[in-house]
Design a binder for this molecule. Structure first.
Ligand code: MG
Length: 223
């Protein structure tokens, strides 16, 4: 008899052991993007989370989910956390990441507008499966100044979003200080640092390509 509950517990809890990382996203971190969506400029960073199941790996297509007719791309610079930390002072934040990436925070804008208008959490619009595109990673040592990085998104060969990390309202190290007051950062966690202006809708058949400076960081097809 004693073995039965043991087995049941293992079956229930085993999947949890596969969760090794979380995705922390920053909203409204670029002035022109705040203006294009008609949002208020926040007094503190806007933070939300995506689960590990939101991750869309390099080489995978993105499938438009049937619960939205307005999926928007949001290209964002990513930071990969490389050690555990809590209450990290911004002076020491640079010690907590070694690699920089680029990704897309896919957003069901129609659903988000509905949730926002009701004052409800955004998760169904932001944290669904495949909503976090994560491209390849580059050592930060390849860049002279992380707060002056040009990055861009091309849609079907045309540039649709162009940003520079100098335009961030809160810089990477300030974000790490702020986020780590609330959430312990762990090795492998990924921070999405916010999108510049130019967000827009994707259509089936689109090809999206992301760049940091001249480095192609991801390419994906919309299905
Ligand atoms: Mg975003």
């Amino acid at each position: 008899m004693g073995q039965v509950p043991d087995k049941v517990n293992r079956a229930v809890f085993e999947p949890l052991s596969l969760i090794v990382m979380k995705i922390i996203c920053v909203g409204r971190n670029y002035s022109e993007h705040i203006e294009e969506l008609g949002n208020a400029r926040p007094d503190t960073p806007v933070i939300f989370l995506k689960p590990d199941t939101a991750l869309l790996q390099v080489g995978q297509p993105f499938y438009i989910p049937d619960f939205s007719s307005e999926i928007h791309y949001e290209v964002e610079v990513l930071v990969k956390v490389n050690r555990v930390g809590k209450h990290i002072d911004k002076k020491f934040a640079h010690k907590y990441y070694e690699e920089i990436g680029l990704g897309i925070d896919f957003t069901a804008r129609d659903l988000q507008e509905d949730l926002k208008s009701k004052g409800l959490p955004w998760e169904r619009a932001k944290a669904f499966d495949g909503s976090a595109v994560v491209g390849t990673w580059i050592s930060k040592k390849n860049f002279d100044d992380l707060q002056h990085l040009n990055f861009s998104l091309m849609r079907n060969g045309s540039s649709v979003q162009m940003g520079n990390t100098a335009q961030m309202l809160w810089k990477i190290d300030e974000l790490i200080e702020y986020i780590s007051k609330y959430f312990t950062l762990k090795t492998g966690d990924i921070i999405f640092t916010g999108t510049p202006s130019g967000v827009g809708r994707v259509e089936t058949g689109d090809e999206l390509t992301g760049f940091i400076e001249d480095n192609e960081m991801f390419k994906l097809t919309i299905k």
